[in-house]
Design a protein around this ligand. Structure first.
Ligand code: GLN
Ligand code: ZN
Length: 759
């Protein structure tokens, strides 16, 4: 018989209980005991849900109050001395590492937070120092295993594997030359101790996650697998480890794991079905295969027939007792329960499956293999839904498909080369060192109140529009007073840069409760791309046109780019990312052209997510991405005349200049103020078009003095010709307060004026 397994379940709670409890605790409104109890309740609820659904192997230790990698750092005592010195309670020390802490007598910043592979989840980066002393600190994995056992539920503890744990980490400031992977011999005894305690508590198998196996690994990290797993097999022979990978193709690293003495392997066949033959070939007679066939990353119903085909193939090869039907990864990246969506069109709702439903899918597919008769109805219903989605007019828009198929190279090319465009843009009358901002201005409480009232129907559209116009007037007046050259309207009408466009495009669906953890207590509710995308009517033209009508300075129209909309939504799984990006490019092209027709002569198309979309490892997928991602941007921006100036903006990541050259925007602005490394400026020194390197950190209320701006600009001018340089902040100002923004921008603009006088 094949068995079923879920690699992890979302911990936030269907009603975001975890957020309320953790934030309440941070604000002093919830006691530590209450917080711990909420965690316990959530775990019990999740385990019972899976048990009742009939899952054979349910994960424990998948719960975390902040992040599972931070939990591992805490467990292995990878706690930098500065947190120790703060003399906090264990719980506060843990949270201080995750989010920093500033209160009387204590001032510690958070540890670095980075993206979890190519998902929108962020983990807290393990930070090692020469003085790191690995030892077992606490007993979370065992405690939670026993907690489930007390409820009568046998679970499979999950823990990050030693190689991934080290590779995902970094050296602390005081130990820059330290290479984390060299710490393996010191770390392994601690792993052995944790595994021993789990075995002693009764754990029958243990899921050990080694997701870095889907990355390009250096030789030392590859070799570490043999060292680590042979050591653990020798020290804790009773521990049955399922070495678990997800989010990609393991083949390039197969040599590193093929002879490891583990009880089995898990591979992600949703993300990469092509690897099946080669990865299954490494499984020895005494090992099992956990086959990921239900996606932990998206919200689509699984195609049962397709999943069963993969399982059948595995059974034919290994025999049913050695095959486990599993989720592709933890379900952490999916919303909790589709049943909480009451407003979705039932036709569209039928396309979806959230974490709770995916648990049911795992069980159905398992039954479908073991006792096909018993799952007949479920398989038939599933086939019907899958077929309905394929042919649905929500999914398919012939006109959009035709438009994409007729795209030619000319559609993604500006009419003239940059030098000629620059000439044509002289009419903008910009001074040397033009100053501008990235788009948003403070989103005050008043703005949120009015927007809520409008959504709830408490004020009319006309009243709301009046309010927005008044906001725009104030933002324009403010910018004129401060002396900026290219103005923006301030984005007061936008809740979120992706949702705002998604809600106005055809092809998107939105949830009421589809929250997914992004980091700590921050959750996001991504739009869902359900079908072919188009723009039925202008989205931003009214506001930009109005803003331009009340100033003689150039007004910059403000749009979100195709790649960013795609990346920050749940994409379709039935057409390629490229196709979706091109459709978005075309929808945005209509918008860009309409802005131009409305006399908006400067248009910015933001692509902050362009870097994070880059596939994790070198190869075909990445080569294709670096073509279609810029292509979709150029489709959006190439319908305009030379005299229209196209801007783009990037943040949140270290960019590869090659990547943004391909966009051929006239002006780009890049988050820059926190980069203290000169090499990063030099990277861009041969950037051909115009560029603004962010001059202050928009996340901070700090006001850099004018002299500091001047110093930064001088540094940049050592690398850049003055004709190319724009003066701007790192990113949008929506999280700042008005008085901060006034002081920051005034100093910035005055610095620019200083330089104009000099040259
Ligand atoms: N135009 C957007 C803003 O200013 C850009 C946001 C971003 O890049 N993250 O808010
Ligand atoms: Zn930004």
């Amino acid at each position: 018989m094949v068995t079923s397994s879920v690699l992890g379940f979302p911990r936030i709670g269907a009603k975001r209980e975890l957020k309320k409890a953790t934030e309440g605790y941070w604000n002093g409104k919830v006691t530590a005991e209450e917080l711990l109890q909420t965690g316990k309740d959530l775990r019990a609820h999740n385990w019972k849900l899976q048990k009742e659904a009939g899952v054979d192997s349910i994960a424990s230790n998948d719960f975390s109050f902040y992040d599972q990698i931070l939990d591992a750092s805490y467990l292995f005592n990878v706690i930098p001395q500065r947190y120790r010195d703060s003399k906090l309670s264990p719980l506060d020390e843990y949270f201080a590492m995750g989010r920093g802490l500033q209160r009387e007598g204590v001032d510690v910043p958070a540890l670095e937070m980075v993206k979890w592979f190519d998902s929108n989840y962020h983990y807290v980066r393990p930070t090692f120092s020469n003085t790191t002393e690995f030892k077992v600190n606490g007993s979370k994995p065992v405690d939670q295993y026993l907690e489930a056992k007390e409820l009568g539920i046998e679970t499979r503890p999950v823990i990050i594997g030693p190689v991934s744990y080290l590779v995902l980490g970094k050296a602390d400031k005081d130990s820059q030359e330290l290479k984390p992977i060299t710490l393996l011999p010191k770390l392994l005894p601690v792993y052995a101790e944790v595994l021993k305690s789990l075995v002693a508590a009764g754990a029958k198998t243990i899921q050990i996650d080694e997701p870095v196996l889907v990355l390009d690994l250096d030789e030392e990290s590859k070799a570490a697998y043999k060292t680590a797993y042979e050591y653990l097999a020798k020290e804790v022979p009773e521990a049955k480890l399922i070495l678990t990978t997800y989010f990609g193709d393991v083949r390039p690293n197969l040599d590193a794991i093929k002879d490891l003495p583990v009880a089995g392997f898990h591979f992600d066949f949703v993300r990469n079905p092509d690897q099946f033959d080669e990865v299954v070939a490494i499984i020895k007679d005494n090992q099992v295969l956990s086959a990921g066939v239900v996606s932990g990353r998206n919200i689509w119903k699984t195609d049962y027939a397709k999943a069963k085909e993969i399982i059948d193939k595995a059974v034919a090869k290994l025999g049913s007792d050695r095959v486990i039907v599993a989720t592709s990864s933890s379900l952490l990246h999916t919303p909790v329960d589709l049943e909480n969506e009451t407003k979705l069109d039932p036709k569209i709702k039928d396309f979806f499956s959230f974490a709770t439903q995916k648990v049911g899918e795992i069980v159905d597919i398992t039954t479908g293999v073991n006792k096909p008769e018993d799952a007949k109805a479920a398989f038939e219903a599933n086939a019907k839904s899958i077929e309905a989605r394929k042919v649905s007019d929500v999914t398919n828009d012939k006109a959009v498909q035709d438009r994409v198929s007729k795209l030619t190279e000319a559609d993604s090319k500006r009419k003239s080369a940059f030098a000629d465009r620059l000439e044509a843009q002289k009419g903008l009358n910009l001074p040397l060192f033009p100053t501008t901002t990235i788009g948003s201005f403070p989103q005050t409480k008043e703005i949120r109140v009015q927007r809520n009232k409008f959504t709830k129907g408490e004020i009319t559209e006309e009243e709301y529009n009046k309010f927005i116009e008044k906001e725009i007037q104030e933002v324009v007046k403010f910018q004129e007073e401060v002396g900026l050259d290219v103005l923006v309207h301030g984005e007061p009408e936008r809740n979120d840069m992706v949702q705002y466009f998604g809600e106005r495009f055809k092809g998107f669906a939105f949830t009421q409760n589809g929250w997914v953890q992004s980091y700590g207590s921050r959750y996001v509710r991504p739009p869902i791309i359900v079908g072919d995308i188009s723009r039925p009517a202008p989205v931003s033209v009214k506001e930009s046109k109005y803003a331009q009508s009340i100033t003689s300075k150039p007004m910059k129209g403000m749009l979100t780019g195709p790649v960013t909309i795609l990346r920050w939504s749940f994409p379709r799984d039935d057409v390629s990312q490229r196709t979706q990006a091109l459709q978005l490019g075309l929808a945005l092209r209509d918008e860009v052209n309409d802005l131009e027709a409305a006399n908006v002569a400067v248009i910015q198309v933001d692509e902050p997510a362009i870097r994070e979309g880059l596939p994790l490892r070198a190869g075909k997928e990445r080569d294709e991405y670096v073509k279609w991602a810029p292509e979709s941007f150029r489709i959006a921006t190439s319908g305009v005349d030379d005299k229209t100036q196209i801007h783009s903006h990037f943040c949140y990541s270290d960019l590869d200049p090659e990547h943004i050259k391909a966009l051929d925007a006239d002006v780009v602005s890049i988050e820059f103020s926190k980069k203290d490394d000169n090499g990063y400026i030099e990277n861009f020194s041969d950037y051909p078009n115009h560029i603004g390197l962010g001059l202050f950190d928009i996340h901070s209320p700090r006001v850099p003095p004018q002299s500091e701006f001047e110093k930064r600009v001088s540094d940049i001018l050592a690398v850049y010709p003055k004709e190319k340089l724009w003066i701007n902040p790192d990113c949008g100002l929506k999280t700042r307060k008005w008085e901060e923004v006034r002081a920051q921008l005034t100093n910035m603009v005055n610095a620019a004026k200083q330089f104009r006088e000099k040259f």
